[in-house]
Design a protein around this ligand. Structure first.
Ligand code: GLU
Length: 294
């Protein structure tokens, strides 16, 4: 009889999950470096997932540019890169599971009818609209979600008053980020999510989905995000400058310094990574939501 070999269970699987809405900029390099080093010090795997779920926002060629930029910085990933645009069947399966549990509803509300409302007011809650051709929301219950964030501390979010019923499939049929990320983190066995603090308020939504789908909840760490001196997030949308791929050592030095680990002057990227992988300490990362950069 052939003996079934069970692969060893991984204690740490981290990931970097960029959306290909433009080339890699300093803000995304910080998230890549932080998640990479956390995975390395835990002797874990570091995965890359391209979150190209939203065709209108996807810039042709951006995925390849992002991967090239990671390679240029010697941010080498484990396993093959996963593309969300090829995984709709997994998201559909999860949506069907939620539908069977009776915790989703079709929503007709227009953007203008919800204008100024931070939390969904429940207009379609009991309307029993079909799911097809409409946005689909998860019906949340008035419960509290708590988690301990590696850098942002103890978190307590009230699903009823702070989050409300949120969209998991859009009216145009595209699966929402919240559902896709939860399904992929589960299917990839991700144990630790390290990302920018701008996504902190997504985490209670993701935990609510994990609980509903009976998935394990990973550990979470939200890094400070780079902002302009006016306090605006550096993002592809506000035209943050793409990284200069001719200066990887300078870029990494800046990212490490931002993350509380100013490195010594080194002659090669290898030497820089070697320094970083032996010196990285989670506790040295500033426990702030944002840090201005010039
Ligand atoms: N794709 C998201 C972004 O680029 C990140 C998602 C995540 O790390 O969960 O902002």
């Amino acid at each position: 009889m052939v003996q079934q070999i069970t692969p060893p269970t991984q204690d740490y699987i981290g990931r970097f999950a960029p959306s290909p809405t433009g080339p890699l900029h300093f803000g995304s390099l910080v998230a890549a470096v932080g998640s990479f080093l956390e995975a390395k010090i835990h002797h874990g795997e570091w995965l890359v997932r391209i979150e190209d779920l939203d065709p209108p926002r996807t810039i042709p060629g951006a995925s390849d540019k992002i991967l090239k930029a990671l390679e240029r910085h010697q941010l080498h990933w484990d396993r093959s890169v996963l593309y969300q645009s090829q995984r709709s069947h997994h998201y559909q399966h999860a949506l069907e599971q939620l539908h069977q549990q009776g915790v989703v509803f079709g929503c007709h509300c227009s953007r203008s009818s919800l204008h100024g409302k931070r939390v969904y007011p429940g207009y379609c809650h009991h309307a029993d609209h079909p799911l097809q051709q409409h946005a689909v929301r998860l019906r949340t219950s008035p419960q509290q979600v708590t988690f301990k964030d590696l850098w942002q501390g103890d978190q307590l979010w009230d699903l009823g008053t702070e989050i409300g019923d949120f969209i998991i499939r859009r009216a145009d049929g595209l699966y929402a980020y919240q559902l896709a990320v939860v399904v992929d983190d589960k299917l990839q066995g991700v144990t630790d999510v390290v990302r920018g603090c701008d996504l902190l308020d997504s985490t209670p939504r993701q935990i609510a989905l994990q609980q509903q789908l009976h998935y394990p909840t990973p550990r979470y760490g939200h890094l400070p995000i780079a902002v302009t001196v006016e306090g605006q997030k550096l993002s592809k949308q506000n035209q943050a400058a793409p990284l200069n791929l001719d200066t990887p050592i300078a870029n990494l030095t800046q990212a490490l310094t931002f993350l509380g680990h100013p490195p010594p002057a080194v002659g090669s990227i290898e030497a820089l990574w070697q320094w970083a992988q032996t010196r990285w300490q989670s506790g040295q990362v500033p426990q702030q939501a944002s840090i201005p950069v010039k």
